[in-house]
Design a protein. Structure first.
Length: 204
């Protein structure tokens, strides 16, 4: 498993990262594994729920990125991992884990994955999904209310107090590390076609 290709997909919250990752998975099917940075949010079982909801989940310190780096290194060596499981409704990590086997292509997806130099250096292809801020906010509201059981007020409050300022401080500057910037995310068929062709050439 020495020829494992690591693809990093970054971009703002609700920018379309998952859509791009899904297109890659559709193309390469069982040869692809997706690992989300969100799986590696720190556990906060020692903090009451009322306090957990107030934490800043958009800062690099909210993540156990060291464990993610270690897991990716193991996968590159052909060793399976047990990745964490995170609950968005409970705002903490669950006790269970998910076994992940090494695959020919490993996608690492997350809005802050280009902020850590050691993690960045593990990636063979670095993609930044660039989507208008208003569009991202609308998508985030729909996702968090419909899929994660959040109230509209809580989503807007979180966006204005942490998501937007952290995006401007950490996510947007990390765009300079990208090999490919994809405007409009999964709707950009030309960029996606070019990306898929590049991956095909790399993995043979």
């Amino acid at each position: 498993m020495n020829d494992i290709t690591i693809i990093g997909i970054a971009g703002g919250s609700a920018s379309g990262k998952t859509t791009v990752a899904s297109r890659i998975k559709e193309e390469f099917k069982e040869n692809v594994e997706l690992i989300c940075h969100d799986y590696y949010y720190l556990a906060h079982n020692d903090i009451p729920f009322e306090e957990r909801v107030k934490l800043n989940y958009d800062h690099p310190n909210a993540f156990d990125t060291e464990r993610l780096i270690s897991d990716i290194k193991q996968l590159k060596q052909g060793i399976a991992i047990e990745r964490p499981v995170y609950s968005y409704t409970e705002h903490t990590r669950l006790a269970e884990t998910v076994r992940v086997e090494p695959k020919e292509v490993i996608i690492v997806e997350g809005f802050l994955i280009f902020d850590n130099p050691e993690l960045l250096n593990l990636m063979d292809i670095k993609i930044f999904v660039d989507t208008d801020a208003d569009e991202r906010l609308i998508r985030r509201i729909l996702r968090d209310v419909q899929e994660r059981g959040r109230s509209l007020e809580s989503v807007i409050t979180q966006y204005s107090t942490t998501v937007k300022p952290m995006h401007e401080q950490f996510v947007e500057p990390s765009k300079r590390h990208a090999d490919l910037i994809i405007p409009y995310g999964g709707q950009n068929e030309i960029a996606l076609s070019m990306l898929l062709e590049k991956i095909r050439n790399m993995v043979g």
